[in-house]
Each structure stands twice: as C-alpha cells, then as structure tokens.
Design a protein. Structure first.
Length: 448
C-alpha cells in the first residue's frame, strides 16, 4: 500500500483549478499509476497526489475503509478537488467514497475520465455523436441500478443518489437508438466515399495502435505535400495535418492524407489510439471511427519500440484481438521510436516478439530512419495490381484515356508509332477493367 503527494507551488493558475489525486486498487502485485496520470494530464488535471492499494475489492468502497480515510487525508493535504480512480467504480462505491471526502471533491473513475477527454477532443459531428453514445451507455447501467434499488427498498432517494424517475431510463434508451441511427447514416456515406476513392485508383491504408505510439508523427512523415481533396470542400473528418503531441488522444476523429509512394496512389488515415482495458461498450461506441481501420486495404499497426518487451507484447496481443475480430486486410507491424533504443536493443526485441510480430518494419518517425523501407513494404503488401498493354489509335479521346491511366495507375512505358500509342501499365483490377472498357471502340483521329 502506498500514498504520496506532489507539491503545488509550481503549478499554474489553470492547473490549480483542476487538482487531482490519482488512486488505484489491484488484486495482486503493485499498481502502476503511469497511464492514469497521463490520462489525467490529457484531461487538464494537475496530479498532486497518488494512492494505491493491493487487496480484494471492497463492495462498498472499492478500497478498504482505512485506505479511504488515508485518501481523505491526502486530498486535504494537497487541496485536491478531484479523486481519479483507475478502476471501474460502481455508482454506489462512487457515492460512498465521495461521502468520506471533503465537500465538493469529485470522484471520477477511469472510464468517466476517458469520456471527459473524448468530449474535449470531439470536433466533428461524428466524434460528438460517438462521445454522446458512450456517455449514455456509461450512464444506462447506473440508471438501471437506481431503478432496481429504488423498487427493492421503496426509497426513491436511496443512498443519496437522488430520486429515481423511470422515464430517465427510457429516455436514455431512446437517445441511444437515435444516435445509432444517425451514426449508421454517417457510416453509409463514409463507405460510399471509400468506394469512390478506390474507384479513383487509391489504395486505403490505416494507422492503428495505442496512444502515444507515434502514429500521427509517422503519418506526417509519410504524407505527401498535397492534401486530399485540396481544391474541394473538405469533409469535416478530413484535415490538412495530424497533430503530433506527447499527449494521449490528440487524434479523436480521423485524419486522411495522400501518402508518398513510388508507384501507387495511397490514402493514409490516422484514427483514435487504442488504450488498455477499455470495456466492450466503449469500443463499440467508436465503431464508426474504427471502420476506417476495419475497411482499409492495409493496416499499419504502430508500436512504441522503446517500451519494455512485456508491455509491447500485451499491446500487440490486444491490438490483434481488436483488429482480427473484423478486419480482413493484411496487417504490417511497425516498430516505431527505434532511435530511443540502445545498440542491440532492436534485435533483442525482434527476437522476443517474433511470435506476435514475425516480420516488423523498424522506423523512427522522428528521424526518418526506416521510412523508405516502410514505403516499400506498404506497396508490397497492398493487393496485387494487374499488368496490361493497350494499343490505341491516335486521337484526342485516346490521349484523354492515356492521361486517365497515368492518374489511376502506374505507366511503365508509353510509345508512339504508325498512328498508334501503346501503353504498358499496372493498376488495380477495377481500373484495368475500366481502361479496357474506355478503349473499346476508340476511333482514330479524323474519322467520322
């Protein structure tokens, strides 16, 4: 069991307004507060104290009663106005802990904190809907618990949770249904957009991985100078850059940019990062965003290679479980941040993780090391192109077709002889089929 506190003298006025003690209970071993502290900072809290406990869960308080008293004293000493618990805290445990703390101190569990961060970062209609859906799904079991206890004990204000109104539960379910319908409509439009991009010759590559693995930095390294739809009205989820900050959840919506490749036209999409121990209901709430990963032609699974092997293995296994559940595209594992490794460290990690990452690409998005090899690997792993040769009569229509082939595939050779143009090219099968169709019936220049 441990408890510690930080000093507040060097904090700014904004941080001082949101001062938190972070706490965690584990069944065995030692509790790690690193991630919950990062999450708290991402939400705008200044972490001024820490408390952990190793014991079985207390049904009433989550922690033992004595540890809650220790928590109360720590809150008083640090002048914290929030306690952030890195556990799934039930509604009555939340109430009971709050009752032991100084007045006005808020008790926030892990998932409520994540939802708060999501809400701060939701800048598009889709992201806002997904956050609202997650919040409603978080609240629904709490409303149902209030209903159950109110009926059982015939005390509407049981345990100080407020008078229960049966219409609240019905209203939550109605809102969930309405949001799902709107998200489904958005998903249908986005799927149509994906197919339109494929029809235009683009391959779709998605970046996946845990938060702070360096996905956004890698995207900036791979992205071409020309933005997607540069001269057109941008979809709200389309942005000119992906943020690259040492902060969790800087990317909540999707960011799509054209990637620089030797032959192929690739659109690269960065999405919200994974995070450990998310409940199924929370992952499902962001299913619309994850569709960008599930429906890609190739997934780049980015892992922070500077982390310990066991942490990397755990994240790889969890990521594979999430991706392979619905994803059919090939997955390429990318070991990022290799610039932070000591000599020999990369070889050791390759060997130790060969079972879950048999052939990773090692890069440093920060320095650019290995990025050229990653581009080659992307082109190798994307669905095969077809080779085709078309012999066309010289005409304005034929030259328009040649230009179209250049825009939608990779032209190996273009030769002119005897009033004909011969085009040797590679392209997606659908593009080859369309080129053949366009070539059918082309008349030579000057014909009627």
């Amino acid at each position: 069991m441990t408890g510690s506190e930080g000093t507040a003298a060097d904090t700014g006025s904004t941080a001082a307004e949101r001062r938190a003690v972070v706490a965690k209970r584990v069944e065995s071993g030692s509790a790690d507060l690193t991630e919950i502290s990062q999450l708290a900072a991402a939400a705008g809290y200044d972490v001024v104290g820490e408390l952990t406990q190793t014991r079985t869960e207390d049904a009433a308080f989550m922690f033992g009663k004595g540890k809650v008293a220790e928590l109360r004293d720590l809150v008083r000493r640090t002048d914290a106005n929030a306690v952030i618990v890195d556990n799934d805290v039930g509604p009555y445990q939340t109430f009971n802990i709050g009752g032991e703390l100084p007045e006005g101190v808020e008790v926030i569990d892990r998932f409520a904190l994540i939802l708060e961060i999501f809400g701060q970062r939701a800048n598009t209609r889709k992201a806002q809907l997904q956050v609202e859906l997650a919040e409603l799904r978080y609240e629904l079991p709490r409303a149902e618990a209030k209903a159950s206890l109110a009926k059982r004990d015939e005390r509407p204000g049981f345990m100080g949770l407020g008078e229960y109104d049966e219409s609240v539960e019905r209203d939550i379910k109605r809102q969930i249904s309405e949001i799902r319908d709107e998200l489904e409509s958005i998903a249908e439009k986005e799927e149509a957009r994906r197919e339109q991009r494929r029809d235009s010759g683009f391959d779709l590559v998605a970046l996946a991985g845990y938060t702070n693995a360096g996905k956004s930095t890698l995207m900036r390294r791979l992205a071409a100078e020309i933005d997607v739809d540069e001269n057109a009205e941008r979809h709200p989820d389309l942005d000119t850059t992906a943020e690259s900050q040492d902060m969790l959840f800087t990317t909540l919506g999707t960011t799509t940019r054209r990637a620089e490749m030797e032959k192929r036209d690739v659109l690269l999409t960065d999405t919200v990062g994974f995070i450990a121990d998310l409940p199924h209901w929370l992952v499902e709430s962001f299913e619309s965003t994850l569709d960008s990963v599930y429906r890609a032609d190739l997934v780049l699974l980015v892992v922070d290679a500077s982390e310990p092997v066991e942490e990397m293995r755990e994240k790889l296994v969890t990521s594979h479980d999430t991706l392979y559940e619905r994803n059919e595209a090939p997955i390429v594992t990318v070991f990022n941040k290799v610039d932070r490794l000591a000599p020999g460290g990369l070889a050791d990690k390759r060997a130790a993780l060969s079972g879950v990452a048999p052939d990773p690409v090692a890069v440093s998005a920060k320095t650019g090391a290995g990025v050229a090899e990653l581009r080659d690997r992307v082109e190798d792993e994307l669905p095969d192109w077809e080779r085709e040769r078309l012999v066309l009569p010289l005409s304005d229509d034929a030259m328009s077709l040649v230009s179209w082939i250049h825009d939608h595939g990779h032209v190996e050779a273009e030769t002119y002889a005897d009033d004909q143009v011969t085009v040797d090219f590679e392209a997606k099968p659908s593009i080859v089929a369309r080129a053949r169709s366009k070539a059918t019936g082309l008349a030579p220049a000057g014909s009627a």
